[in-house]
Design a protein around this ligand. Sequence first.
Ligand SMILES: Cc1cc2nc3c(=O)[nH]c(=O)nc-3n(C[C@H](O)[C@H](O)[C@H](O)COP(=O)(O)OP(=O)(O)OC[C@H]3O[C@@H](n4cnc5c(N)ncnc54)[C@H](O)[C@@H]3O)c2cc1C
Length: 437
Amino acid sequence: MTKRYESWGKYPKHQPALVHRLRWHTETPPFERFGRPVLAYGLGRSYGDVCLNDNGVLLDTARMAHFIAFDAERGLLRCEAGVSLKQILDLVVPRGWFLPVTPGTKYVTVGGAIANDVHGKNHHREGTFGCHVTQFELLRSTGERLICSPTQNSDLFRATIGGLGLTGLITWAEIKLRPIRSVYIEMERIRFGSLDEFFDISARSDARFEHTVAWLDCIAQGTSLGRGVFLRGNHSEEPGPLTPSKEPKLYVPFDFPSFVLNPLSMRAFNTFYYYMHTPARSHKRVHYEPFFYPLDAVRRWNRIYGRRGFIQYQCVVPPTDRVEVMRELLTVIARSGRASFLAVFKEFGDVASPGMLSFPRKGVTLALDFPFEGEATLRLCEQMDAIVREAGGVLYPAKDARMSGEDFRRFYPQWETFSRYVDPAFSSSFWRRVTRT
Ligand SMILES: Cc1cc2nc3c(=O)[nH]c(=O)nc-3n(C[C@H](O)[C@H](O)[C@H](O)COP(=O)(O)OP(=O)(O)OC[C@H]3O[C@@H](n4cnc5c(N)ncnc54)[C@H](O)[C@@H]3O)c2cc1C
């Protein structure tokens, strides 16, 4: 079957004019022959258009996925940029190492994780993925290969981390792993009834737990507004098995018809999830897989949103007035009746992100999906944009398919400084959209 180059949200639908597949980090693509803007493509797990290049060239890196060196004493791994986090876990978990930071799916490449400077449940302790990258090689369209690190070509290092693939092609990278004694996570689940309760639990958890996150019922209104389930955990200290998880067997074979996801089914799901967590507080030792990657249990789950796809909305707003701002956002969402499954809610800490354009910063982040229903969905997002803007927050480019150029430039005023590092041969659908004046 021909591989489709789309993003996880399946919106917008942009097609490249040409795909160039890379196999080895030593290869140099024929940049001078392309005559169109170029962009690297990892596993397409970005939700919007940062990984799309309408009518341009995509450099498919999925097969440029070889390990180069692994120092199992120090936990230092060097690999090609197309290696996925799943492949890394398969290699390093049996040797007692784990990813220092991981997003909610392991089906992302190292190149993609750097280019979006991804974050995980331990942001308050470990910052972003980029904080653990010791060096990488950047191939510019001139054919020049530059080693970038905090001390060598440090400007390009900072521009490339969170640089949305625009500074060139990352060919390989070196990352520092964290040790583990088993695959287990000591996990606690706590049901909370309001935003105030969430912030209270979060404040009490940050010092004791490496990983914290909450699932929010984004359909609940009135006195139930802001209710959800708080999840926190630490890698188990006890020695135990070091067996990585297997590939999931379940998968969604086709795009669901649009009537399957409707306000009623979503409300039922959210309510069910909230009440399924009885007792209101529990402790369990679990494999890291369901703790970090619950959504990976079903391959291609994005098909449940049907052919039109969906929009993911993720913002972070500063700590000031956080309860009021989140209340406002949740009210707008709940009233619209358009929100879908659970929203993810987390407090970011103050570990500085190393990238010039990195999204994470101190504050509270909210991420949720909306089935794409044309104008109505876009209008709802614009209403939310206004609240985020007013609060001094920003949106996450990796999840975005529609923010206005004006908003992007306001959220990321450093974009002009960043532009100096953009490789002239590289561009993306996202970049053209948000820099168009
Ligand atoms: C279920 C799910 C859960 C997620 N959870 C989180 C989360 O918790 N936290 C979070 O931060 N993100 C999360 N994400 C988003 C995801 O982690 C990022 O979008 C990630 O960057 C996708 O990586 P990818 O390999 O699929 O890259 P793609 O989506 O293919 O590309 C992403 C960007 O990386 C660039 N790129 C890729 N390879 C290279 C390279 N070799 N050189 C230069 N640039 C390159 C591309 O040009 C593009 O700009 C989640 C996504 C999904 C589907």
